[in-house]
Design a protein around this ligand. Sequence first.
Ligand SMILES: [Zn+2]
Length: 219
Amino acid sequence: MINRHPESDLMVEYATGSLPLAHTIAVTTHLQFCEECRNTTESLKDIGGDLLQSGESIEVSDGLLDRIFDCIESGKDEISAPLKKLCSDKVANDLPGYVSNLLPEGNLDWRKLTSSLRVAPVSVGEQDYELSLHRINPGGKAPKHYHRGREITVVLKGSFSDEDGVYQPGDFIVREPGDTHRPFATRNEECICLSVLEAPIRLTGLKSVLNPFLSFSPS
Ligand SMILES: [Zn+2]
């Protein structure tokens, strides 16, 4: 059961097309799981009508933006079957079709951050935000960290918990700058999440800064 949904201001921005691409992807991913928010989006679009405006132009890979917006327009939020899945990483089979169609061709570039946490970047041509998949082993703990920027997480598979609760597939979790938490996956299944980060997170208790942006350099 989904307990965490995007806030209403985010939904309004989504329905009017004014969210950055990475955030649009995060909300659309939540809509794969959440009928309630799909209905909200439709209502907002009806109300918004001619207030709809397009976002700023950004460079994305061929056809990707079309696919995303086709998907939003369709109301079903699932990219239609004829599109061939390019990503051969086996994790793609475990994810909603919408997400696996965003993944790059071939295998994902998984980077081991700790013994139980791996991260793979998903490039969609965004400069200001980092979109990535996070994977926590069954029962694994992510390092305790605080956020210097806003982070949006959508659970795709499995579940994880932290000091504030338990999060299931579809849950849309927003962490604000300054929040500190320590997520850990449930014991019986690995947990896979989609994340949008505005700024690198810092691990508490470690000297290094964990930079989840494309370099992933723990310098
Ligand atoms: Zn929802």
